[in-house]
Ligand binder design. Structure first.
Ligand SMILES: Cc1cc2nc3c(=O)[nH]c(=O)nc-3n(C[C@H](O)[C@H](O)[C@H](O)COP(=O)(O)OP(=O)(O)OC[C@H]3O[C@@H](n4cnc5c(N)ncnc54)[C@H](O)[C@@H]3O)c2cc1C
Length: 475
C-alpha cells in the first residue's frame, strides 16, 4: 500500500476533458493528459483494503492494488509488469472499459472510487513510451497451428495468448481491416485507431499472421477447410446481427442500424472523406440510450447535425445505487458520457410508433409512456442502436439447435469447445459470439480463457491463465 492515509487526504480526480468547442472540430480522444504526480496521488487513494473486491469486479482479475501501489511510487515498470500479467490490452480497457472494478472498489462504499481505469490507461501508455510493451516471443515453438476467426478483442486476446505459448496463429477477418468493433464500431474520439494499430504491430512482430477480406463460411473459406488445415479453430465472430425496430416505415430511406452509420463514419475519418451517411445539416434521431447510441451522438455532433435527439424506451436510470443493485455490483445508473456533454436532447420512457415519409424518412412518431402523449419529431436520419440479437451462425452453417444457446449464441462446453461441430480438428468459441453483446473486458477475458483451453487440448496441459469459466455471469 502506497500511502496509508491517502484515501483520507486526497479526492478522486480524473483527467480534464478537452473543451467541447475544440474537440468537436476534430476526432481526437476527448481527454487532456494528466501528469505523473497527479496519477501517483490517485494511486495513493487505494486502501489496499485486504479483500480487493475490485479484482473480483474485473473479469480479468487485474491485480489492481499491486499496480496502484507501484504507480504511487512512480515505478511504472513494476506497474506494467503487474498489469500485463492479467490483461493483454490495457490500452484498450484503460480507455473504453465501463470499469466494473470501480463499482466494486471498497472506497466507493463511503466515498468516490479510485480512478482505476485511468491509472490503467497511464500504466499502458508509460509502457509503450518506455519500450515495456514490446513483443514477447515464445520460448519454444509447439509446431501446432491455430486458426482464429474474427479479429475483435476476443480473437486478438486469444491470438496473443496462443502465440505466447508457441503456437502458429493465423487470424482470419472478413472485413478489410483488423480489430472488430474496435476498428469500425468505436469512434476515434473514444479510442484513436493508432492505439489499435500500435498493438497489432507488436502482435505481428511476435509472429501472429493476419488475413483480412477472408469470410469464413457462406461463399468464403469453408469452416471444414480450416479444420483440415489447422490443429484447432477458434470462432470469435462477435454478435453482429442488429436488433431492429419493426414498426411501420422501418424500410424508409434514412432509417439505418447504428453500426452501418458508425462503420461508414469510421471509414470516412480514416480516408479523410465525407461519410456516405453524413449527419451534416440533418435532424438525427438515435433510438437506444446505451453506449452505442452515445457513440452515434458524438459522431453526429462532429459531423455537424442540425439537431439530435436520443430516445430510450426504458425509464431514466437513477443517479444513486438502488437497493436492488447494491455494492459491489455494477449498478445501472444515469450516465453522462462525453458525447452527452457535447449537446443533444435525451428522452426516456419513450417508444417508437412509426417512421413517416414518402419513400424517404421525414418524421418519427413517438409515444411518451409517462404522459401518454404522442410526439412527432422532424427526422431525416434515424439510427437504431437497440443492440444485437446474436452471431451470424447461418453463414457458418452452424444455425442449428445443437450449436446454439437459448439466446441464439454459440453453445460451448466447459472447455470453450463447440462440441457439436464435427470435423478434422476441434472448434472452440469465445467473446460476444458466446456471451452475447457485452464488453471489451469480457471479450479479452474470454479470449484468454479459450486460449488456455485450446493449449490444453493441443498439448495436454497449459501454463496459460484462464480467468473465466464459460458459464461466468456478467455483473
Ligand atoms: C458501437 C459500439 C461501441 C462499443 N463501445 C464499447 C466500449 O466503449 N467499451 C466496451 O467495453 N465495450 C464496447 N462495446 C462492446 C464491445 O465492442 C464488444 O463487446 C467486443 O468488441 C466484442 O468482442 P468480440 O471479439 O467478441 O467481437 P467483435 O469485436 O464484434 O469482433 C468480431 C469480428 O469477427 C468478424 N467476423 C464475423 N464473422 C466472420 C466470418 N464468418 N469470417 C471472418 N470474420 C468474421 C467480424 O467482422 C468482426 O471483426 C461497443 C459495441 C458497439 C457496437
Amino acid at each position: 500500500m502506497g500511502k496509508v492515509t491517502g484515501f483520507l487526504e486526497f479526492e478522486r480526480e480524473g483527467p480534464a476533458y478537452r473543451p467541447v468547442p475544440v474537440r468537436l472540430r476534430d476526432w481526437r480522444e476527448v481527454y487532456e493528459p494528466q501528469d505523473d504526480d497527479a496519477i501517483a496521488t490517485q494511486g495513493a487513494r487505494c486502501m489496499d483494503c485486504g479483500i480487493p473486491f475490485c479484482m473480483q469486479g474485473c473479469p480479468l482479475g487485474n491485480r489492481i492494488p499491486a499496480f496502484n501501489d507501484a504507480v504511487f511510487h512512480e515505478d511504472w515498470s513494476r506497474a506494467a509488469a503487474q498489469l500485463f500479467r492479467t490483461n493483454n490490452f490495457p490500452e484498450f480497457t484503460g480507455r473504453l472499459c465501463p470499469a466494473p472494478c470501480e463499482s466494486a472498489c471498497v472506497l466507493s462504499i463511503a466515498s468516490d472510487p479510485v480512478t482505476i481505469e485511468r491509472i490503467e490507461y497511464e500504466v499502458a501508455e508509460h509502457a509503450f513510451a518506455n519500450g515495456l510493451s514490446v513483443a514477447q516471443f515464445p520460448i519454444v515453438e509447439s509446431g501446432k497451428r491455430v486458426a482464429v476467426v474474427g479479429s475483435g478483442p476476443a480473437g486478438l486476446a486469444a491470438a496473443a495468448q496462443l502465440r505466447s505459448a508457441g503456437h502458429g496463429v493465423t487470424v482470419f477477418e472478413r472485413n478489410d481491416a483488423i480489430g472488430g468493433l474496435l476498428r469500425y464500431g468505436i469512434p476515434e474520439f473514444k479510442m484513436e485507431k493508432r492505439v489499435l494499430d500500435r498493438r497489432l504491430d507488436v502482435m505481428r512482430e511476435t509472429g501472429v499472421k493476419f488475413h483480412t477480406n477472408v469470410s469464413v463460411g457462406d461463399g468464403g473459406t469453408p469452416l471444414a477447410d480450416l479444420q483440415r488445415n489447422y490443429d484447432a479453430v477458434l470462432l470469435a465472430i462477435g454478435s453482429t446481427i442488429p436488433r431492429l425496430i419493426p414498426v411501420p416505415g422501418a424500410d424508409l430511406e434514412g432509417v439505418h442500424p447504428a453500426m452501418t452509420y458508425l462503420e461508414a463514419a469510421n471509414r470516412a475519418v480514416r480516408d479523410g472523406s465525407p461519410s456516405p451517411l453524413d449527419a451534416k445539416g440533418r435532424h438525427v434521431i438515435i433510438l437506444g440510450g446505451g453506449d452505442t447510441g452515445a457513440d452515434c451522438l458524438g459522431t453526429a455532433h462532429r459531423q455537424g447535425a442540425a439537431s439530435i435527439i436520443q430516445v430510450e424506451i426504458m425509464d431514466r436510470p437513477p443517479d444513486e445505487r438502488p437497493a436492488d443493485q447494491p455494492w459491489p455490483t455494477m449498478a445501472r445508473l444515469f450516465k453522462t458520457t462525453s458525447a452527452h456533454q457535447e449537446g443533444g436532447e435525451r428522452r426516456f420512457s419513450t417508444e417508437t410508433l412509426s417512421f413517416e415519409g414518402d419513400g424517404v424518412l421525414q418524421e418519427i412518431v413517438l409515444n411518451d409512456h409517462v404522459t401518454g402523449e404522442t410526439i412527432r419529431e422532424k427526422a431525416d436520419l434515424v439510427l437504431i442502436a437497440a443492440g444485437f440479437t446474436g452471431p451470424e451462425l447461418d453463414r457458418l452453417g452452424l444455425h442449428a439447435p445443437q450449436n446454439m444457446t437459448a439466446r441464439a449464441t454459440l453453445q460451448v462446453d466447459e472447455n470453450w469447445r463447440v462440441a457439436s461441430v464435427p470435423g478434422a480438428s476441434p472448434v472452440f468459441a469465445c467473446g460476444d459470439a458466446v456471451r452475447g453483446q457485452s464488453l471489451i473486458v469480457w471479450a479479452i477475458a474470454e479470449g484468454r480463457s479459450a486460449a488456455a483451453a485450446i493449449d490444453t487440448a493441443l498439448r495436454g496441459s497449459t501454463e496459460l491463465p484462464a480467468p473465466l469459466s464459460p458459464y461466468a455471469l456478467s455483473w
